[in-house]
Design a protein around this ligand. Structure first.
Ligand code: ZN
Length: 282
């Protein structure tokens, strides 16, 4: 009994401390699938790196687990981008230092650092390719896939990340874990690999897909309301059937884009590093 109470107290404390959206991941399975499928998007000249597939998939959730030991990790997984008036007026400031100058460091951290965490991981990956450091490059690529995956989860890009402002609390978990985990096979079958393109301006590219993600939030929140209205219970099988019916298509698009965009950034890092051959990396 005492043990149970300790657990309850601890869990409550966790919720109090992590009231921001940093507690939410796509879910291990969603991240693993995106990282696994991304290698199918590697251009022909990078085909040797398909050998990374198992590692990238297995380690896709690692950054979420780092939150437990590294207090700087949590804000790297989201950006509440509609907090910024520049975004809402269609002219987002992409430079981190410029935003910090305008809003202050703590405010920028509070609203999430996802785009810059993604960019920094991309830069570190480029360096690892330059150094021909295979283990480091593989590890950083797995991390990069995670952050790109988070950038494609619409609720990682919005202030109302858990439906807390619209009476839809818990929608984040219902959507990205309960619903997604029940449709992993459908999702896996829906990928349509193409040869990932080279990206000229990685930070702008990252902001573009985040902006796209944010733009489909409305579909997800409307689906939650509608499924609830029809089923009268957000825990019912019927609720989840309707949720998938209304959001399955957009979820497949997001997963496919996540894998392609991740592959594009890996390819770009590799090209920028001088295209080191797989065999030359130690
Ligand atoms: Zn995450």
């Amino acid at each position: 009994m005492k043990r149970y109470n300790t657990t309850v107290v601890f869990t409550t404390l966790l919720f109090v401390f992590f009231s921001m959206q940093a507690v939410f991941p796509w879910g291990d399975q969603g991240h693993k699938l995106i990282n696994k499928m991304a290698v199918e998007f590697f251009p022909p000249e990078m085909k040797a790196f398909v050998k990374w597939q198992d590692y990238l998939s297995l380690h896709a959730p690692d950054p979420d687990y780092r939150k437990k030991t590294d207090k700087n990790e949590a804000p790297k997984h989201f950006i509440d981008i509609d907090y910024y008036k520049e975004f809402n007026s269609g002219a987002m400031v992409e430079n981190e230092d410029s935003l910090i100058k305008e809003y202050g460091k703590s405010e920028v951290i509070k609203n999430g650092l996802l785009p810059w965490a993604t960019l920094n991981t991309f830069k570190e990956l480029t360096k690892a390719f330059e150094d021909h450091n295979k283990m480091e490059a593989e590890k950083l690529a797995a991390d990069l896939g995670h952050y790109v995956g988070d950038g494609h989860q619409p609720m990682h890009t919005v202030l109302n990340y858990n439906g807390q402002f619209t009476n839809q609390k818990g929608v984040h978990f219902r959507y990205e874990i309960t619903m997604v985990d029940a449709h992993l096979e459908d999702l896996e079958e829906s990928f349509q690999p193409v040869s990932a393109p080279y990206i000229k301006d990685p930070l702008n590219f990252i902001f573009n897909y985040i902006s796209n993600s944010n733009s489909v939030c409305g579909v997800l929140f409307a689906a939650d309301d509608s499924a609830f209205a029809q089923s009268e219970s957000r825990r019912s099988t019927e609720y989840y059937r309707l949720m998938w019916f209304r959001t399955g298509y957009i979820t497949k698009v997001q997963f496919n884009s996540a894998a392609e965009d991740f592959a594009s950034l890996v390819y770009t890092a590799w090209v920028n590093a001088g295209r080191p051959s797989y065999r030359s990396m130690k």
